[in-house]
Design a protein around this ligand. Structure first.
Ligand code: M6P
Ligand code: ZN
Length: 187
């Protein structure tokens, strides 16, 4: 028997994933219509502008029970009006499933929201570790002026439920006031 080279790679500096099971996707501003509060500022911006990138490592079929998925989200710096660039955010379709996030580089906020729309917020930075329990929606916000790079690991049967987030959003928004990131209740 021989020791095989691992074909799959994880760049510990950048979070970049490569190998047979790795894939890359990008979210442009135009794909985030309705996500940000300031519709006027949104429509004045270039829809082709990339807001975030996701590297995913999926070694099993989506929906497989007992498997795990692994990924890296890179949220670029920017704002729509005074609101920082962020991910869409989601609940898991299989509500009880949890997820880990960890900070790789940059500065940001992890917004967490339960089914009663109660929100909490955690600071994300290099080395921060975030256990996202089941039944909790999660969204990443880049409050810095460099890329926010965050690792993730979640069950392969968790699924994504964007439904209520698309219609009602999160109850808290992260906005820039006097050059600082602050939390504001969302109407
Ligand atoms: C992380 C994981 C993925 C998720 C991605 C982007 O990498 O949580 O499951 O798809 O972030 O977040 P969203 O799907 O909310 O846009
Ligand atoms: Zn998730």
């Amino acid at each position: 028997m021989t020791i095989k080279e691992a074909g799959e790679r994880y760049n510990l500096q950048t979070g970049e994933l490569s190998g047979q099971y790795a894939s890359h996707s990008q979210k442009k501003l135009s794909q985030l219509a309705g996500v940000f509060a300031d519709a006027e500022a949104f429509s004045a911006m270039d829809g082709e502008q990339p807001v975030y990138e996701v590297d995913a490592h999926m070694a099993v079929e989506e929906g497989t029970s007992g498997g795990l998925f692994f990924g890296t989200s890179t949220i670029h710096p920017g704002r729509v009006g005074n609101e920082y660039f962020m991910t869409k955010g989601h609940f898991h379709q299989k509500r009880e499933t949890a997820e880990y996030y960890w900070g790789i580089s940059g500065e940001g906020v992890l917004l967490l929201m339960d089914k009663n729309r109660r929100c909490t917020a955690e600071k994300v930075e290099k080395g921060s570790l975030h256990y996202i329990g089941g039944h909790i929606a999660h969204r990443l916000v880049n409050t810095g002026d460099t890329d926010l790079v965050v690792g993730a690991c979640w069950p392969s049967d968790a699924g994504h439920d964007y439904g209520s987030i698309e219609t009602a959003g999160f109850s808290i928004r992260v906005v820039c006031e006097d050059g600082k990131a602050v939390l504001r209740e969302s109407r």
